[in-house]
Design a protein around this ligand. Structure first.
Ligand code: FAD
Length: 388
């Protein structure tokens, strides 16, 4: 399907990103998967190519590009010619934007140039052993100490957890208020900050996921993001983009699987004919093609709305919900059409299947997305059951 949202400038950019992914990422994916982490040098290479924090102002070394379509292209090419676990967008947008929107002038001057060059890799730490979907239940605490804050607690499942040089950490600042949360930037080397091992996972093997520990970490005032009691609202503001990024990743992943499978079914023969000739195969491919085209059109529309600052949290939730569910369905169909080969590690589809499973869990699970969407259409459980 022809996609109408891109113009010539975007297509030229796509060509250059594709060449970068083919030369600097694709040849390394197998090694990264085996070691369970990508080489941090790959972020430096991406920085040299101008692919990190593209939104940042030129005075910090960025390109000042606000058009999200360029990030969408980076995501699509990273997945097609690299790996979904190489989390450039987590660094550049999911976390980088917090620094850009909420960081003090001193923090931005010190940290942003290193994020743009790839020298400092970013992560975000919200989830705790006892609080994932229920963010208001976090127990990490930050208490004021003069102009500084002292941060204590622990986080788990944190992406870029081993390679990361700076983390946005959510911690409770108002003890008796569920939404009384602050956001703090913790940097590698701060006293009291340590990390656990690289957690072993079912999929996303190129991605390092770790626990983080904070023991009275002294956070200077310049590392506080926005209002230290309004972190919950700062997070909510950024979550629409997080969901959009997830949706863009998920459909790019599913598209890549579709194309791999198309190649396979045309080549592989059974009963004297290509697998592609069986009606079941043709119908499955036709169904997937239709679903992918419809969803891509919707996601592209969300991207344009986001560029105009008009993407609502519930529309982003719809995109994330449907993209992650379709991604899972497509992966399952594609493994099936590969037969036994689809179960073998040497075929890319086998690990795309396990990589995809987390999409319905992280960045807000499918169930949480449904809650948000239901509320947006007037079906708020709390209001519906009040007074019963
Ligand atoms: C590979 C990976 C990378 C991650 N990276 C990060 C990261 O970088 N930073 C970070 O902060 N976190 C990260 N996470 C954590 C992730 O965001 C959480 O795992 C996710 O939000 C779910 O939280 P949970 O694991 O505590 O599950 P729970 O919240 O315990 O949920 C368990 C089940 O209950 C369901 N459930 C929960 N609440 C409701 C409800 N109200 N209604 C209906 N069903 C409900 C859920 O949908 C789920 O099916 C990562 C996780 C993984 C696996």
């Amino acid at each position: 399907m022809q996609r109408l949202i891109f113009d010539e400038e975007h297509e030229m950019f796509r060509d250059s990103v594709r060449r970068f992914m083919q030369s600097e990422v694709e040849p390394n994916v197998e090694k990264w998967r085996e070691q369970g982490i990508c080489d941090p040098a790959a972020f430096i290479k991406a920085g040299e190519q101008g692919l990190l924090c593209m939104w940042a102002a030129e005075k910090y070394g960025g390109s000042g590009i606000e058009d999200f379509r360029f990030e969408q292209i980076v995501i699509e090419e990273t997945i097609r010619h690299g790996d979904i676990g190489f989390f450039l967008s987590l660094h550049s947008r999911l976390v980088g934007r917090y620094l850009g929107h909420l960081g003090s002038a001193a923090l931005k001057e010190r940290l942003l140039p290193k994020c743009i060059s790839g020298e400092t890799i970013l992560g975000i730490a919200m989830t705790e052993p006892n609080a994932g979907s229920d963010l208001a239940g976090i127990r990490s605490r930050a208490v004021r100490d003069g102009d500084d804050w002292l941060l204590s607690g622990s986080k788990t499942f944190i992406s870029n957890g081993i390679n990361g040089g700076a983390f946005v950490v959510a911690a409770r600042t108002v003890p008796d208020k569920p939404h009384g949360i602050g956001l703090f930037v913790v940097e590698a080397g701060m006293d009291g900050f340590s990390r656990g091992r690289n957690l072993k996972k079912m999929g996303l093997k190129t991605q390092d996921t770790a626990e983080l520990f904070f023991e009275n970490v002294r956070i200077p005032a310049e590392n506080v993001l926005g209002d230290p009691e309004k972190g919950f609202y700062h997070l909510m503001f950024h979550l629409a983009e997080e969901r959009l990024i997830s949706a863009v990743q998920e459909i790019a992943h599913a598209e890549t699987a579709f194309d791999l499978t198309m190649d396979y079914i045309l080549e592989r023969k059974a009963f004297g004919r290509p697998i592609a000739a069986f009606q079941n195969t043709r119908f499955k491919m036709a169904e997937m093609r239709t679903e992918l085209d419809i969803l891509q059109t919707f996601i592209d529309q969300c991207v344009l709305l986001h560029n105009q600052g008009e993407l609502s949290a519930d529309l982003a939730a719809e995109a994330k919900l449907h993209a992650s569910e379709l991604e899972s369905t497509v992966m399952d169909n594609c493994v099936q059409l590969h037969g036994g080969s689809g179960y073998m590690s040497e075929y890319r589809i086998s690990h795309m299947f396990t990589d995809a499973r987390v999409s319905r869990i992280y960045a807000g699970s499918s169930e949480i997305m449904k809650e948000i969407i239901a509320r947006s259409i007037g079906l708020d459980e709390r209001k519906l059951t009040r007074g019963r």
